[in-house]
Design a protein around this ligand. Structure first.
Ligand code: F6R
Length: 611
């Protein structure tokens, strides 16, 4: 949510900053801006509403001779998207400029105090308050570092910031609390960003700032300290992915690329972990808490959005294989409802980005209540990965498309591994374990098979693309897939869609069904197949249009339905990994047909770092 990039070094900064913003645009795209310090130490700001390419057009790169700058792409929280509310924001002297991710919660109090002292504001943003406050303190201290530090001490809420000033023109100051900042260390240059994807083409050596840590960066040097002025010693780490993983690689959209990556990303999640011959799993990230897992009395899984849908599948998996009771909680609700957490309970937080503010807050709440917190995370080194005591990285690789796809299937893989691991610690036999392990190894080629059917799914998407509403239905393991299918369609095509357990339909949603309502049934062959078939009959009786996801060879269902998409057969517990693929493609091709910007759906941003 919002992206920051900053550069200091020997190269011209304008192209580097625009390029960095383009890489971060999936984090926010309602406005963008830049601030440069020119060679004669002047501070210049350019910003406007719209996309990064609009900002690029505004800048005459030939005329900008600068080697220091900060930049921002915005997803509006306080104040509508317009030129004034776009970042960077100035202090009142217009000698300090600041970009900010996060939310300053006490901004009205700070703003009122500043107005009483005679300071003025141009925008409606919380960010400008911080910029003006830093400027006000600078008037007293005449030192940028202490002005930033003293301002941040007064701030309640979250921030990832970068500051430049013509007062001290050879310096960038950054700091974070609850919003990621990564410092890339190059040769005589530094690239700072809220996300490593804007850094990787310059250097792989990075420092992930900790909460309440700041870095003071000049061309040849940097040092870190807390905002309370205590020196810190941050470890330099290496970015683990490659540049081609964050490029489209011949696909029109990141989302389509990521859908097609799933045979590999799924395999990367279980590679080196699955012990097929023993019917067991090796999970290095949980080794230190093995005893606690053995004695776990309850597991609480907390997450948001697609990750929450994966958690619902996990509930079925863990209870089935390991017989441990599981509760699934929306992270955004968790901390506000005083949840009961006992000594032997274990909390798992799931997050693709590892930066979701609600999920982070839920972890902090659980820790406060004395719970052991584990993470199931994609982004290595992210806040949730660092905030949790143990965990499993899903290794899906960077996910850039705003609608999550490959992270979901890798989360399901990680949960299957976890359930198998917990099950084998308890009553699950090695024979059962081996069956599951073998079925997991077959999934990548089965996903591949479904992807080859893309043209048929595209035709179905086009056929129903004028529909105003959709219903998705599934039972058992496929119920969360119905939720996920509906979420994907809503997010990128803006068609209203609801997911339900199939049998719930008759308790209300059936009233919506008529000849204009496409109903997607996930009707794979398992022990509740016949019940789902009855639900299909109920929809048919009301003239609803049926799109079924079924197993190859199901001719009986083909006769009942308007359209049928076949998927290979696997164990019921692994079916969600296969049944979700046609639904991802259905959403993608529907959005494409409707001319939507698939990778940048309106109002959404990847990684929701505000509560
Ligand atoms: C849906 C989607 C969101 C995220 C949610 C949680 O396609 O991308 O619903 O799943 O914001 O994000 P993470 O998993 O990064 O915590």
């Amino acid at each position: 949510m919002c992206g920051i990039v900053a550069y200091i070094g020997n190269k011209k900064s304008s192209h580097i900053l625009i390029n960095g913003l383009q890489r971060l645009e999936y984090r926010g795209y309602d406005s963008a801006g830049l601030a440069f310090i020119s060679e004669d130490s002047k501070l210049q700001v350019f910003k406007n509403q719209g996309k990064v390419k609009d900002l690029d057009r505004l800048i005459d790169h030939k005329k900008i001779n600068s080697h220091i700058g900060i930049a921002h792409t915005r997803w509006a929280t306080h104040g509508v998207p317009n030129n004034t509310n776009a970042h960077p924001h100035y202090d009142n002297s217009k000698n300090i400029a600041l970009v900010h991710n996060g939310i300053i919660e006490n901004y009205t109090v700070l703003r009122t105090k500043l107005i009483e002292k005679g300071y003025t504001f141009e925008s409606q943003t919380d960010t400008e308050v911080l910029a003006v406050l830093i400027g006000a303190i600078y008037e007293q201290t005449k030192d940028l570092e202490s002005a930033v530090r003293n301002a941040l001490i007064q701030v309640e809420g979250t921030f990832g910031i970068a500051v430049v000033s013509s007062y001290e023109p050879d310096k960038i100051i950054t700091a974070r609390r609850g919003s990621p900042m990564v410092l890339g260390i190059g040769e005589n240059e530094f690239i700072l960003a809220s996300d490593a994807s804007a850094i990787i083409q310059h250097t792989r050596q990075v420092i992930y700032l900790d909460d309440n840590e700041m870095a003071i960066i000049t061309k040849n040097h940097y040092f870190t300290k807390t905002i309370y002025n205590v020196d810190t010693n941050s470890e330099i780490q290496e970015i683990l992915y490659n540049l081609d993983q964050i490029e489209k690689g011949g696909f029109d959209y990141f989302m389509l690329k990521e859908i097609h990556e799933q045979p590999i990303s799924f395999e990367n999640t279980f590679r080196g972990r699955l012990l097929v011959d023993e019917g067991n799993v090796k999970l290095g990230g949980l080794r230190n808490i093995e005893d606690k897992l053995r004695n776990a009395e309850k597991i609480i899984i907390t997450a948001c959005g697609t990750s929450w849908n994966a958690a619902l599948v996990a509930e079925y998996l863990i209870e089935n294989l390991a017989r441990i009771p599981v509760e699934v909680e929306y992270a955004s609700e968790f901390r506000y409802r005083n949840p009961v957490i006992n000594q032997n309970d274990i909390v798992f937080a799931i997050s693709q980005s590892g930066e979701t503010a609600d999920t982070l807050a839920a972890i902090k709440e659980a820790k406060q209540k004395g719970a052991l917190c584990c993470g199931i995370v994609n982004a290595v080194g992210s806040s949730i990965a660092r905030e949790t005591e143990a965990g499993i990285y899903i290794h899906a690789g960077p996910e850039i498309g705003v609608a999550s796809t490959k992270a979901f299937t890798s989360q399901l893989c990680a949960f299957t591994l976890l359930s198998l691991y917990l099950g084998r610690m308890r009553n699950l036999s090695s024979t059962e374990g081996m069956n599951i392990a073998k079925a997991i190894t077959q999934i990548p080629s089965q996903i591949e098979e479904i992807l080859q059917n893309s043209e048929q799914i595209k035709k179905i998407a086009v056929k129903y693309s004028k529909s105003k509403n959709y219903i998705y239905l599934g039972r058992g393991y496929n119920y969360p897939v119905a939720l996920e299918g509906a979420l994907k369609l809503k997010e990128i095509s803006y068609i209203h869609a609801e997911g339900y357990p199939s049998a719930e339909m008759k308790h209300g949603p059936i009233a919506l069904i008529d000849e204009n309502m496409p109903v997607v049934f996930i009707a794979t062959r398992d022990e509740i197949y016949d019940k789902v078939k009855s639900n299909i009959q109920e929809v048919l009786a009301r003239k609803g249009k049926i799109i079924a996801i079924a197993n190859y060879g199901d001719t009986e269902l083909a006769e009942l339905t308007d359209d049928i998409i076949y998927i290979p057969k696997t164990l019921p517990m692994l079916t969600p990994v296969l049944s979700v693929i046609p639904l991802q493609l259905l959403a993608y091709y529907t959005a494409l047909e409707l001319g939507r910007d698939v990778d940048r759906p309106r109002n959404l941003a990847k990684s929701v770092t505000v509560e």
